[in-house]
Write a protein that binds this ligand. Sequence first.
Ligand code: FAD
Length: 192
Amino acid sequence: MSNLIQLMYISRATFKPTPAVQGIEPNVARILQSSRINNAKVDVGGVLFYGNGHFFQCLEGDKAAVHTLLERLHRDDRHTDVKVVSEKPVHVRRFDDWSMKYTAINDSIKTLMGKFGFKSFDPFQFDAQHFEALIDALEKMNQPDDVIDGNNPKQSSKKSSSRADKERSGLITMGIVALILIAGVILVTQLL
Ligand code: FAD
């Protein structure tokens, strides 16, 4: 029987933000790097969001693995006031492609905050509906400007790169078909 769960928590960053390097705050980049290595080993995935000195993270994976990680998270002094806002069993993962997707504050999130009536990203003011809207927005973000790959910042997500791959192979197929047609036409005109 599957013990897949989804757990969401919020926290306050304790570090003083330093200027972003290639679109990502350096402390967050280090967190993301170790997260991706560790999470891949235990098949935990999800999304991490950092903005206005706050973290929001959604973790998906086996209940025991997620809880082990949560214990480490509580001990990590790079953030404080760790508060679990939701934990539930799930059948499917929303962030299947990611050992840890990362998104920083961007126009979509600013628009969402405006809709909620908040001036900045402060998840400690959120209710359950706000979290659902946030997770929906984070799930949809696949554009290069929205999603930052910690190892290769500003790259598009796996989903958008596979879409690009499909488009490229589609163009190649069309080119081959066009060449065959032209060759056929030349052959026919020479035979006549
Ligand atoms: P370690 O070897 O103890 O640490 C790994 C690296 O992290 C080391 O290079 C070390 O320099 C650095 N590090 C650890 N603690 C600190 C610190 N206090 N200050 C500066 N650098 C430090 N971990 C995950 O595995 N998956 C996650 O999804 C995840 N999400 C996180 C989200 C947030 C908001 C934060 C703050 C941390 C998150 N972490 C996550 C990190 C987690 O709290 C642990 O630090 C990490 O899992 C321990 O990794 P490790 O076993 O490799 O231990």
